[in-house]
Design a protein around this ligand. Structure first.
Ligand code: SAM
Length: 257
């Protein structure tokens, strides 16, 4: 499953988000907004915006929405994001550009903040992407990147390893680790602040774990034998409300300026 195939619709993204929505005790998006400390009238580019959950999954509307530009390679998700943001601000439709992070159709120095949340692990040429962020970022502006920790959802990843032979550590973090994010940002910016997010999940329904693992490329491609093995492995865990499967979500937000 290529990146393009993965995001033709929001099916895979939703399977993963379901785990966070159902078992999360903290709100990652609120955490990001608190760390960003938005200023009035900021111009913000949200690169790899997905369906725009960052802007809608918050308890109170944000004042900076009318300075927002959305960018994504998935036309489907970009349209969802545009519709979501339009519904949040009266008489406003954000600029939405179907484009790749490595070749942004944006002017130099145009944004106070460039966001790239949980998206650089899909990108082959990550140094080039960060150079693009620097180019479109105004003097004194900032770039915020997020990615998972290598030990994110460690128990679920162990199951994926046992059944599908998937990587033992978080796939996103293997492809783009927090330390790599820091290294790339430090090449272009004077300071990089690192914010760690952690949340414990008590998962009471084995189906949610299966859906999560099957949303990734190896799980998605698994044949019926492997899928049965996964079901059996989950049965052995005897997961229930009384006996939840406990795992920890760990992500990092890095803000450079
Ligand atoms: C895991 S989602 C994250 C969405 C959103 N940023 C969030 O945190 O909720 C990754 C997003 O990156 C987009 N994407 C993948 N490769 C891209 C690229 N080269 N340029 C721009 N967007 C890309 C995908 O289409 C998808 O919407």
């Amino acid at each position: 499953m290529t990146v393009v195939e993965q995001y033709v619709t929001d099916k895979n993204l939703k399977s993963r988000a379901n785990l966070h929505a159902r078992y999360g005790t903290k709100n990652w998006f609120e955490f990001v907004h608190a760390a960003m400390e938005w200023q009035e009238n900021e111009h913000v580019a949200d690169i790899g915006c997905g369906p725009g959950w960052l802007w809608s999954e918050v308890s109170s509307p944000l004042s900076i929405l009318d300075g927002l530009t959305l960018v994504d390679t998935s036309q489907f998700l970009l349209q969802q994001a545009q519709t979501t943001v339009s519904a949040l601000v009266k008489d406003f439709e954000p600029q939405a550009l179907e484009a790749s992070v490595c070749d942004l159709p944006l002017n130099d120095d145009g944004f106070d903040t460039v966001l790239a949340l949980h998206m650089l692990y899909h990108v082959e040429d990550q140094p080039r992407a960060v150079m693009e962020f620097k180019r479109v970022c105004a003097e004194g502006g900032r770039v915020a990147i997020s990615t998972n920790s290598l030990d994110n959802l460690a128990r679920i990843n162990q199951l994926g390893f046992d059944v599908f032979g998937a990587q033992k550590q978080d796939l996103g973090a293997v492809l783009f680790s927090p330390s790599r994010a820091r290294e790339l940002l430090e090449e272009h910016f004077e300071s990089v602040a690192v914010h760690r997010f952690e949340d414990n999940y008590e998962i009471s329904d084995a189906k949610d774990i299966a859906a999560n693992l099957l949303s990734f490329p190896l799980g998605d491609a698994a044949d019926s034998v492997r899928r049965k093995e996964l079901a059996e492995a989950l049965e052995r865990e005897l997961i229930s409300v009384e006996r939840p499967f406990v795992d920890t979500k760990v992500s990092f937000l890095l803000i450079a300026n």
